[in-house]
Write a protein that binds this ligand. Structure first.
Ligand SMILES: Nc1ncnc2c1ncn2[C@@H]1O[C@H](COP(=O)(O)OP(=O)(O)OP(=O)(O)O)[C@@H](O)[C@H]1O
Length: 233
């Protein structure tokens, strides 16, 4: 694993037809840091995340993960070649597979041998406190448990970069807070560079080292979260 990958966006713009929704974004995300992208609806958070995942191509500019070019105008490395783990708002678990099979999937895709796969799946489930649920189907789990499975699946292959798309917005507020703190702890332990999209300022403060505020497709400001209580410099 390369746990020390930085992310660089250099002059990245994106347009839907003639409607430019991201304007010349310059951003450097330090290796091993957790950055929250925060901003109101329509400011371009999801579009920026889609560019990082590889589901959209910039009109201008370049995106780098470490020393690897991910995308530039007219060219984009496909998502499966980017070595990313992703957690979605709606969990996106496969209902016909058990928890263990869901978590094993990224390892299967990378042709990891069965014995090693089983060991790494159990390690990932242990990290999220779900070893006892390995044989269950997702439908038999609560929303918070399903999101923990999705988190285990995202980290099991030790990707270079973790991307989160409003992962807690389907959960009630008490669960959201506790899971957010758990995720913050886990991200510190594994040290993977992470980008976390949210419109919830508290989540951003609980979880991130830095907060990037987007407004109308531009970086309005950036700030460092200076304490675990979420005070900002
Ligand atoms: N398929 C599309 N076609 C045209 N315009 C789009 C499309 N998808 C998004 N947009 C526009 O792009 C801009 C940025 O949208 P985006 O979804 O990235 O915002 P967001 O900050 O993620 O919003 P939300 O928090 O509501 O998900 C908005 O003005 C939106 O209307």
């Amino acid at each position: 694993m390369d746990a020390f990958t930085d992310i660089r966006l250099k002059g990245v713009s994106y347009a839907f037809g003639t409607h430019t929704v991201l304007h010349h974004i310059d951003l450097h995300i330090q290796p091993g840091s957790v950055v929250a992208l925060l901003g109101p609806s329509g400011c371009g958070k999801s579009t920026l995340l889609r560019l990082l995942v590889g589901l959209a191509e910039p009109a201008f500019g370049e995106i780098w993960f470490g020393d690897r070019l991910m995308a530039k105008a007219g060219w984009s490395l496909p998502p499966e070649a980017r070595d990313i783990g992703m957690v979605f708002q709606d969990y996106a678990l496969w209902p016909h597979m058990s928890v263990a099979q869901n978590v094993a999937f990224p390892l299967k895709m990378r042709n990891v041998p069965r014995a090693e796969r089983e060991q790494r799946v159990m390690q990932a489930l242990e990290r999220v406190g779900l070893t006892a649920f390995a044989g269950r189907k997702p439908a038999g789990l609560s929303g918070g448990q399903q999101q923990r499975v999705a988190l285990a699946r995202a980290i099991v292959a030790e990707p270079r970069v973790l991307l989160f798309d409003e992962p807690l917005s389907n959960l009630d507020s008490a669960l959201r807070e506790s899971l957010c703190h758990e995720m913050a702890q886990l991200l510190r332990q594994i040290g993977t560079t992470a980008v976390y999209v949210t419109h919830d300022r508290r989540e951003a403060e609980w979880l991130a080292d830095r907060i990037v505020h987007l407004a109308a497709g531009t970086v309005e400001s950036e700030c460092t979260v200076t304490s675990s209580s979420g005070e900002m410099a």
